[in-house]
Design a protein around this ligand. Structure first.
Ligand code: NDP
Length: 247
C-alpha cells in the first residue's frame, strides 16, 4: 500500500504498549508489537486486527535486534515510528540489588532502547523522516525509594532523548519522550501489591486524585507521532495528572 505508515511498539502485548498499538492500528498504522511472551503477543494481535503484527523479541538479546529491524525494513522498505516502551522494574533497597539485577534493568530499559533506535534510524535516514518515542517515568523526575536501577535507566532515556534529538534533527527525524505518571497496568498492580502506603502516597500527591489509563499515554504517543507535533523534538512530555507538580 502506498504511504502505509509502519510502527514498532516494543512491549506492545500489554499495558501501555498495547494501548499505543491499538491507537496506532485504529488510525491505520501497520504496527509491530514485540515482547518475550509469544502467546500474549498473539492474543493481543488477534484483538488488534489485521494491521497488527506480533513479533517475539527479547530486548535482552541485543544481538537479535538488528536482524529484526532489517527484516521489517526489508518487508516494508522503511520504519516510520518506533516506540520504546518495553520495560521492567525492580523494587528493592539499593544495598540488596546485585550487579546482575542492576545490569538487567539497564539492558532492558536503556541499552536495548538505544540499540533498536540506532537500527531503526538507519532505515529512516534515506527518507529523512521518522519519529522515535521513549517511555520514561516519574522515577526520572524525583526520588522514589527502592527503585535505584529503574530510576537510573529512565533518567538515561531522557538524556538520550535530548542527545538523539540534536543528532537527528538535521535528518528530519524527531525524538521525544513521554514520562507517564501512575497508570493502571500489571506493572503498577505488582508495585502496589501489599504496599497500600505507596499507593495512597501516589494518590495524595496527584492533583487529579486518580491514576491514569494506558489510553492517556496512547493519546500522547499518537500526538507526538503525528504531524501535529512536527516542530516538537527533544521534549519530555509528562502525562501524570499533575503528579510531578503536586505538593
Ligand atoms: P507491563 O508490564 O504491562 O508492560 C511491559 C511490557 O514490556 C510487557 O508487554 C513486556 O512483554 C515487555 N517487556 C518486558 N521485558 C521485556 C524484554 N526483555 N523484552 C521484550 N519485551 C519486554 O507494564 P506497563 O505497561 O506499565 O509498562 C510499559 C512501560 O511504561 C515500561 O517501560 C514502564 O517502565 C513504563 N511506565 C509505566 C508506568 C505505569 O504506571 N504503569 C509509569 C511510568 C512508566 P513480555 O512480558 O511479553 O516480555
Amino acid at each position: 500500500m502506498i504511504n502505509q505508515l509502519i510502527a514498532i511498539v516494543t512491549g506492545g502485548g500489554s499495558g501501555i504498549g498495547f494501548a499505543v498499538a491499538r491507537k496506532f492500528t485504529e488510525n491505520g498504522v501497520l504496527t509491530y508489537i514485540t515482547g518475550r511472551d509469544r502467546e500474549k503477543l498473539e492474543n493481543a494481535a488477534k484483538e488488534l486486527g489485521e494491521l497488527c503484527r506480533p513479533a517475539r523479541l527479547d530486548m535482552n538479546e541485543l544481538d537479535k535486534i538488528p536482524g529484526f529491524i532489517q527484516e521489517v525494513a526489508a518487508r516494508h522498505g522503511h520504519v516510520d515510528i518506533l516506540v520504546n516502551n518495553a520495560g521492567i522494574n525492580l523494587k528493592k533497597h539499593l544495598t540488596e540489588v546485585t550487579d546482575e539485577e542492576f545490569q538487567r534493568i539497564i539492558t532492558t530499559n536503556l541499552t536495548a532502547a538505544f540499540v533498536i533506535s540506532r537500527e531503526a534510524v538507519r532505515s529512516m535516514l534515506p527518507r529523512k523522516k521518522g519519529c522515535i518515542i521513549h517511555i520514561s517515568s516519574m522515577a526520572a523526575h524525583y526520588g522514589i525509594p527502592n527503585v535505584v536501577a529503574y530510576s537510573a535507566s529512565k533518567t538515561g532515556l531522557e538524556g538520550m532523548t535530548r542527545s538523539m534529538a540534536v543528532d537527528l534533527s538535521p535528518e528530519g527525524i524527531r525524538v521525544n519522550c513521554i514520562a507517564p505518571g501512575y497508570i493502571v497496568t500489571a506493572m503498577t498492580s505488582k508495585a502496589f501489591n501489599g504496599d497500600p502506603q505507596r499507593q495512597s502516597k501516589v494518590l495524595s500527591r496527584t492533583p487529579m486524585g486518580k491514576m491514569g489509563n494506558p489510553e492517556d499515554i496512547a493519546n500522547a504517543a499518537w500526538f507526538l507521532a503525528s504531524d501535529q507535533a512536527a516542530f516538537i523534538t527533544g521534549e519530555v512530555l509528562k502525562v501524570d495528572g499533575g503528579n510531578s507538580i503536586g505538593f
